[in-house]
Design a protein around this ligand. Structure first.
Ligand code: MN
Length: 265
């Protein structure tokens, strides 16, 4: 391994070397030759339950208004709308170990910070134009997640017909538990999904009440974008979303997965 200090500036520029040569410490010589970047970049991972492997996250998709009662509370008619999706950056991932109370930072810029409990599907295969009856073959596992939302900013931007990304796609806005292999849990097409704040139940529904099933979501998404291993999909939240403030404890439950709890700090 060549020490970065021994690479003079001219050579470094010519070779495209920089932090990478340090970041590549411990990697094979062959890999080092291939990887020439001006700085190292960390991959985001989610732990896989019962495994020493971790799931590398490629893209985070989220479906909007996927439970009828929630669509109505957001001011739309669920019966006439095709599904729509948005993304969060991988930086949004905050891993929450099961059965522990994990601190979650109240974000900047908002005065109306909302919870949305959701089932998350994690893909280990990809493709385009996946038919619904083949879509679940792409699913590697499932996790319990939260699509945390700066509701005031989401609404403010929406009212002005501007992208509401700032309301949805920010640091730590995607708390998530470990991924459970589908071979162990089966597919989640029904079962209780629930969220409580400080012990009071706020959201409670059944996964079967999704307007677009996970299979249909995968199929629809694959018409818009080629899907890839590492993509994860937040499958929407039931009605009765609402605000939290510092000190509140959010507890999420889905039948068949361990509970996930965060404390807003
Ligand atoms: Mn959501």
């Amino acid at each position: 391994m060549k020490d970065n200090k021994n690479v003079n500036r001219r050579d470094a520029i010519k070779l495209g070397l920089g932090a990478t040569i340090l970041g590549a410490a411990g990697m094979s010589q062959a890999h080092e030759k291939v990887m020439k970047t001006p700085f190292p970049l960390e991959q985001v991972f989610i732990p896989i339950a019962g495994s020493d492997q971790e799931f590398p996250v490629r893209r985070i998709y989220c479906i909007g208004r996927n439970y009828a009662a929630h669509a109505r509370e957001m001011g739309s008619d669920p019966t006439r709308e095709p599904p729509f999706f948005f993304q969060k950056p991988t930086d949004a991932i905050q891993f929450v170990a099961p059965n522990k109370l994990v601190d979650h930072p109240y974000p900047s810029l908002t005065k109306n910070y909302h919870y949305e409990v959701e089932l998350v599907a994690a893909l280990n295969k990809g493709g385009k134009n996946i038919p619904v009856d083949k879509a679940l073959d792409l699913v590697y596992g499932y996790a319990l997640g939260l699509d945390m939302t700066r509701r005031d900013l989401q609404r403010f931007m929406g009212d002005q017909k501007k992208p509401w990304e700032i309301g949805k796609s920010f640091d730590h806005s995607a708390p998530i538990g470990p991924i459970f292999l589908v071979g162990k849990t089966g597919h989640f097409t029904q079962g209780n999904i629930e969220l409580s704040v400080n012990g009071v139940v706020k959201q409670k529904a059944d996964l079967s009440q999704m307007i677009w099933s996970v299979a249909e979501q995968i199929s629809k998404l694959s018409e818009a974008n080629e899907l890839f291993p590492g993509d994860i999909i937040y499958s929407g939240t039931p009605e009765n979303v609402g605000p939290v403030v510092k000190g509140d404890v959010i507890r999420c439950q889905i039948n068949g997965l361990p509970d996930l709890s965060i404390k807003i700090v």
